[in-house]
Design a protein around this ligand. Structure first.
Ligand code: FAD
Length: 367
């Protein structure tokens, strides 16, 4: 089958890697692999929410697929199953955390409450109040999304995929109802038996060229949750070993030896044109919080980047065929889910049903 994958983020790159060799794959990327959301993502691989047991199972399976995928690359530096430490100090937050740990453990998920001694072994440099409740999840981890997407795209190319970078698909080509490929920004038409839209938060714009609607949060809407800011610091080697979720700050090691810093509450007011002043202010606040969490931290903010979450309106993945010749694969938590989605989509487009995907069809709101 001639398959055209639009977008080389974690989802498109994992798909191209999965399909190359068996299918005639072309991967089209407007910039470079990993240049979109995947390259700026906090990229925590997890199933740390027991609220929806079916979605929890889906994500747990995805964590396992990551382990298999990474093993195939021989312990790559971009896959770090380094565990997650999370703590709470306010009474209501402590009670929610304790409840979550109990429910996750009951589902067979690695979740435990730990004491200060164990915390010192895991994360010796972080400071936690004496009365905090601390949880640890040994099976969670993170990836460096940019390098991971590049490695997957490169392996797809080695397996025979054609990787076209620096060219945007400006429209879907159609014959009647059927999507027959894309037109690129240089006027070239690429034909395919199946076009897979994995263009992340930009997917609605591409799909709209064939009249297809995707229920994704519009990042340009005032007050949208999609745009956000993520900071990285200068080198801070060994300061944090895994993921650390403190009240008001999430952090983990960055790919170049610094720290990734993120806090959802600071994203209010971030829109399409986050001003340099806002970005500086958010960077300074993230660093101030990091210095409370990690006394003695000497690193400075190296970079603050604006990024956009591909947020489905109901929060769940949007996966499936929307027209003959067209398949869509867009989701938040795409880092956690990308490789698993690639396995299931591969199965499905080659004729074996993937019932695990049935809950996540893009047209579910209409049915
Ligand atoms: C701050 C932040 C924190 C996050 N934290 C987590 C987390 O902890 N865990 C988790 O699992 N997920 C997390 N996510 C979500 C996750 O990062 C995304 O779901 C995932 O990266 C999406 O991958 P993607 O391949 O769909 O999109 P992208 O990585 O955006 O890739 C899409 C690619 O398509 C290209 N493209 C777009 N339009 C076109 C076109 N017309 N033609 C050609 N190419 C095109 C873009 O250049 C881009 O490279 C987070 C996201 C953000 C922003």
């Amino acid at each position: 089958m001639r398959i055209l994958v639009v977008g080389a983020g974690i989802i498109g790159a994992a798909l191209a890697d999965r399909l190359a060799g068996r299918d005639e794959v072309t991967l089209v990327e407007a910039e470079g692999p990993g240049a979109g959301t995947s390259g700026t993502s906090y990229a925590w691989i997890n199933a740390n929410d027991p609220a929806d047991p079916s979605y929890h199972r889906f994500r747990t399976a995805a964590m396992s697929t990551w382990r298999d995928l990474a093993a195939g690359f021989g312990d790559p530096a971009w896959y770090r199953p380094a565990g997650n430490t999370i703590w709470a100090d306010a009474d209501d937050a402590k009670s929610r955390l304790a409840d979550r740990v109990t429910r996750l453990a009951a589902l067979g998920y690695a979740a435990e409450v730990i004491g200060p001694g164990r915390l010192r072994e895991l994360e010796p440099h972080i400071r936690v109040p004496d009365d905090a409740l601390i949880a640890h999840h040994a099976d969670e981890g993170y990836v460096h999304g940019g390098p991971a997407a590049r490695a997957l795209a490169e392996r797809a190319r080695e397996s025979g995929a054609v990787v076209v970078t620096g060219h945007r698909a400006v429209r879907l080509n159609t014959e009647g109802e059927r999507v027959t490929g894309v037109r690129l920004d240089d006027g070239r038409d690429l034909d395919a038996d199946l076009t897979i839209c994995a263009a992340g938060w930009r997917s609605p714009a591409l799909l709209a060229t064939a009249g297809v609607v995707l229920p994704l949060v519009d990042p340009s809407e005032p007050g949208s949750d999609a745009p956000c800011l993520v900071a990285t610091t200068s080198a801070a080697p060994g300061v944090v070993n895994g993921l650390v979720h403190a009240p008001g700050l999430s952090t983990r090691p960055a790919e170049d030896g610094g720290l990734v810093l993120e806090a959802d509450d600071l994203d209010a007011g971030v829109d399409e044109s986050a001003s340099p002043a806002l970005m500086d202010a958010v960077g300074a606040e993230l660093l101030a919080r990091a210095r409370v969490l990690i006394p003695g931290l000497t690193a400075e903010v190296a970079r603050v980047r604006r990024c956009v979450r591909p947020l489905p309106l109901d929060g769940y993945p949007l996966i499936g065929s929307q027209r003959p010749g067209l398949y869509t694969a867009v989701t938040h938590s795409g880092i956690t889910l990308g490789p698993r989605l690639a396995v299931l989509i591969d199965q499905e487009i080659h004729g074996d049903a993937s019932p695990e995907l049935d809950a996540y069809r893009p047209d579910r709101a209409d049915s």
